[in-house]
Design a protein around this ligand. Structure first.
Ligand SMILES: Cc1ncc(COP(=O)(O)O)c(C=O)c1O
Length: 353
């Protein structure tokens, strides 16, 4: 098996992970030029101290949540940061390429551009429920192609890339290209995560997040799941103390067994609501097509985006439109809200006929 790190930028391979001392509960901390006393307010207790260089406890909890070992997990500030780290680790500016399958999450393009990496687009097949064209993707991947981003379920469409197709791509590109599977919405899908495959495929990276199913978008907390050497490589790019103590404490709290049970109940309710909204939308004359979403949103073709958007705005409902993107013209993305929010949305759209 080829060592996947040989695909990374040489200067990144040479980075040394920031060292953190082994601190016990009762250590006398005279090593980091911190303030010795915290301010008086209870909410600020403990903030005179730096957080852990890397949040070991939260890493363990996220590993347990995802069913992998702690060595397979790098906790990041949202999965967005994971995307950025991958671009910086693997793409030499002005030389390397990133393969995208639009329509896709916009930040892949943004972070590639910031890194100076060219992007090669292999569009999803609009006439085949936006499925991936694996042959075209493999054909477009030459020696400059370092990263492929696939989101499953896809944002904005909500469709899933079949596991066998991803495995085929992984095998074909072993030792040649890193395949990043962004699973931001996987908890809402029946297909299940691919995290267990990181043990078999060193060119697989899975991105996970607490922003969606675990209701922590405000905390900015996600994870890169990959083989241990790749995790160490990416860790070298993170600033020390990247995750703040309040965020680490809140995310650990969110991953208590009680809160996980609550999140799982919310996921079931969101999926049930998604299917109810789908059924109701199917009876509206302004709806032309509803794609088979496995996420917490629906992607929908409408007869006239402007009138739908205007009517919804009058009712105080904001949806995602794509005026600027010809590939998605005529389509909108609707997040699944609470039952009351969904009813307000449905009332407004049904008033159009
Ligand atoms: C497909 C996909 N990946 C990643 C993200 C980033 O999520 P976060 O940075 O909050 O983890 C999003 C956010 O909407 C997304 O849709």
């Amino acid at each position: 098996m080829m060592n996947i790190l040989s695909l990374a930028r040489p200067e990144v391979r040479g980075l040394v992970v920031y060292p953190g001392p082994d601190l016990g509960e009762n250590s006398i901390r005279l090593h980091a030029n911190e303030a010795a006393r915290a301010l008086d307010a209870l909410a600020l207790a403990g903030l005179n101290r730096y957080p852990d260089v890397r949040p070991a406890g939260l890493t363990r909890k996220m590993a347990e949540l995802y069913g992998v070992t702690a060595e397979n997990v790098l906790v990041t500030r949202g999965s967005s940061e994971g995307i950025d780290l991958l671009m910086r680790a693997f793409c030499v500016a002005g030389q390397d390429e990133v393969l995208l399958t639009p329509p896709a999450f916009e930040m892949y393009q943004v972070y590639a551009s910031i890194q100076g990496a060219a992007t090669v687009s292999v569009p999803l097949q609009a006439d085949k429920d936006y499925s991936v064209d694996a042959e075209a993707l493999l054909g477009a991947c030459n020696e400059r192609g370092k990263l492929i981003f696939l989101s499953s379920p896809n944002n904005p469409v909500g469709t899933v890339v079949p596991r066998q197709q991803i495995e085929k791509i992984l095998r074909a590109l072993e030792g040649k290209c890193v395949v990043v599977v962004d699973e931001a919405y996987v908890e809402f899908s029946e297909s299940g995560s691919l995290v267990s495959l990181v043990a078999e495929h060193e060119n697989l990276v899975v991105l996970r997040t607490l922003s969606k199913a675990y209701a922590l978008a405000g905390a900015r907390c996600g994870a890169v799941v990959a083989s241990p050497p790749l995790i160490v490589l990416l860790e070298g790019l993170l600033p020390p103390y990247a995750l703040s103590s309040p965020v680490v404490s809140l995310a650990e709290l969110a991953l208590s067994s009680r809160n996980i049970a609550c999140a799982r109940k919310n996921i079931r309710e969101t999926v049930a609501e998604r299917e109810r909204v789908r059924r109701m939308l199917a009876t509206c004359s302004v709806i032309e097509k509803i794609w088979p979403s496995e996420a917490n949103f629906l992607f929908v073709g409408v007869t006239d985006v402007d009138s739908v958007k205007k009517r919804l705005a009058e009712a105080g409902v904001i949806i995602r439109t794509y005026d600027d993107n010809s590939q998605l013209q005529g389509c909108v993305r609707i997040s699944i809200g609470t039952v009351d929010e969904n009813n307000s949305f449905l009332d407004a759209i049904r008033s159009l006929g």
